[in-house]
Design a protein around this ligand. Structure first.
Ligand code: ZN
Length: 347
């Protein structure tokens, strides 16, 4: 991401995305210096909103990488939000925005404050920023992902039902909401409303899909998806023996077993440039292993560094093999009928 740091508050870096700078130039061009000042105040408000989320999130032990400012708004990038703290974390942003908005509006009626002049119209700075903050808070309360309201709705639903179902309902509510917004946007020729509607629609479905994948991956264990048919080689076998096995079984990688113990792994890529007479012992690599009850999430993580993982039982004996191709096939099958399969697996 093309962004650079402008400040660090409460230990959280605040970064500006490059497109944000371009937008500032445009704002200055069309609305002049006063427009630019107003815009900067608006984005300071967005930062405060995100800081409010981040502050509560930090209290719940969430790691906050940074707050990124994009032309469409701010984003606090944090590690996974714990289910328990979600309601408080989500509601903190709108509360701060609305309180700040009310404070600024009241303050403005007491002391007045500077007046900005944009395209011939006067804007009292405090009142305008105050109203924008109230709008920011209320808008974020819309019950649709990725708005805070979507998370609040999910957290409230999750106190009555399981998390996945709560997410599904919140996500459907969000999609209906985005259709309504889209309709308004089209009828009023409002391009910004149309863009926001599409953004919400995308966010709503994304949130649910990501969670479904995560929940399902956690329930699927290595032993459910491993190939239990083990064709192995011995360290003293030659590359020629291995080629013969590959020809016969057409697996692209093999465990190397010595005295019943897994001691290495050898694959097609390891033999392409060596002579037929070389012993497997001289070209084998250390195997990547997982326990039988490792989750699909763990397996996918391990497959980042190897083309296949070996599934070991409690006595450290090889029980099966999972290759990258196996996992890709499993993901395709899950996409087809996720719920049915998950029911069978959790039996
Ligand atoms: Zn928010």
């Amino acid at each position: 991401m093309l962004s650079f740091r402008i400040a660090k508050i409460m230990g959280i870096p605040i970064e500006l995305h490059i497109t944000f700078i371009l937008l500032l130039v445009l704002v200055y061009y069309f609305w002049g210096l006063d427009g630019l000042i107003l815009y900067i105040f608006l984005f300071a408000s967005v930062v405060l909103h995100e800081l409010a989320h981040s502050y509560v999130a930090k209290k719940h032990g969430v790691y906050i990488e940074k707050i990124l400012l994009l032309p469409i708004g701010g984003m606090a990038m944090m590690s996974k939000i714990p289910k328990k703290g979600e309601l408080k974390i989500a509601i903190a942003g709108p509360i701060v925005s609305i309180l700040l908005g009310i404070t600024l509006t009241v303050l403005s009626s007491l002391i007045g404050g500077p007046i900005l002049r944009i395209n011939g119209i006067n804007y009292p700075l405090l009142t305008t920023v105050g109203i924008l903050n109230i709008f920011l808070g209320v808008f974020n309360l819309l019950p649709a992902f990725p708005m805070d309201g979507g998370r609040i709705l999910r957290a409230l639903l999750a106190s009555k039902m399981d998390y996945l179902k709560a997410t599904k309902i919140a996500s459907i509510v969000g999609q209906y909401f985005s259709f309504l917004l889209l309709l308004f946007g089209v009828l009023s020729f409002n391009i910004i409303l149309i863009l926001i509607a599409l953004f919400i629609y995308y966010g709503a479905s994304q949130e649910y899909n990501a969670l479904v994948a995560e929940e399902i991956f956690d329930k699927i264990k290595a032993k459910d998806i491993m190939n239990p048919r083990i064709v192995s080689v011995s360290p003293t076998d030659s590359v020629r023996d291995l080629v013969y096995l590959m020809f016969k079984y057409r697996y692209m990688g093999y465990p190397v077993i010595e005295n019943g113990k897994l001691v290495g792994t050898v694959s097609f890529n390891d033999i392409t440039t060596v002579s037929d007479q070389i012993a497997i012992r001289d070209i084998m690599k250390p195997p990547v292993t997982v326990p039988e009850d490792a989750t699909l999430n763990d397996v996918i993580f391990k497959l980042g560094s190897s083309d296949r993982v070996y599934v070991m039982d409690k006595n450290d004996r090889l029980r099966g093999i999972i290759s990258k191709t196996d996992v890709l096939r499993i993901l395709r099958i899950l996409r087809l009928k996720d719920n049915d399969i998950i029911k069978k697996i959790s039996l």
